[in-house]
Design a binder for this molecule. Structure first.
Ligand SMILES: [Zn+2]
Ligand SMILES: [Zn+2]
Length: 232
């Protein structure tokens, strides 16, 4: 894709990637045809209520409470939407997705809006400069606009640039991410009683998710939920 095609695309009216109808990048009807991700436990991959980590699976991952996933990454339309939103400047796609994410979140949590805080998955500053934006931050800001939930994008920082994860094994990923994140120690004191909703685009092996959650639990955060657009 060259720069002219990218600009042409950015100026074109919103059209559903699936049925081509104008108005949204993914209309509700087509989204529902693609279907929601089933409520499974992130540890054993068996059915669970509201995406909770089973009580007996907690031994392996004491830092995670829920991993709520919206839809399927194997779906071609979803894959293309996420790629265009991340790499080709189509930030508006994230407005549509934020709405679906917000609906999914409120189907699966019991907390009141004032008791939760949205946190984007942090990106290393240099990567953000190169890409112009962090897609998770845009998602969180859009969600906060829709539902007036607080968000904070300075609490967790990625302080080390890490290798791309896709070709690494699970153990290599964990080593790659060690000490990659830092927490604002003052800020967290006022927030640790809230339920944290950490928002990300795609969850694969979950190593980022474990690293950040473990760090937050060390600072006394009680409940940590992840909310992701898609997973395999
Ligand atoms: Zn459609
Ligand atoms: Zn389980």
């Amino acid at each position: 894709m060259n720069i002219f095609n990218i600009i042409k695309d950015l100026l074109a009216p919103k059209k559903c990637y699936s049925c081509k109808k104008e108005g949204h990048f993914l209309c509700k009807k087509c989204f529902e045809e693609i279907g929601y991700f089933e409520s499974i436990c992130p540890v054993c991959k068996e059915k669970t209520r509201d995406f909770e980590v089973h009580f007996y699976c907690k031994k392996e991952t004491i830092s995670l409470d829920k991993v709520i996933i919206l839809t399927h990454y194997q779906n071609k339309i979803i894959k293309k939407l996420i790629k265009d939103a991340k790499f080709y400047g189509k930030k508006d796609i994230l407005e549509d997705i934020a709405l679906y994410l917000w609906e999914k979140l409120f189907d699966h949590i019991e907390e009141n809006t004032q008791d939760i805080i949205l946190i984007p998955t942090p990106m290393y500053f240099w990567k953000k400069l190169k890409r112009w934006y962090n897609q998770s931050e845009i998602l969180v800001k859009n969600m906060s606009k829709i539902c007036q939930i607080d968000y904070n994008n300075s609490l967790i920082k990625k302080v080390r640039n890490t290798k791309a994860q896709s070709h690494l094994s699970k153990i290599q990923r964990m080593e790659n991410l060690q000490k990659a994140f830092s927490i604002d120690e003052k800020l967290i004191q006022n927030l640790k009683n809230k339920t944290f909703i950490i928002v990300d685009d795609v969850v694969s092996t979950g190593s980022t998710l474990h690293e950040i959650s473990t760090l937050l639990k060390k600072y006394g955060v009680k409940k940590i939920y992840w909310l992701c657009i898609a997973s395999d």
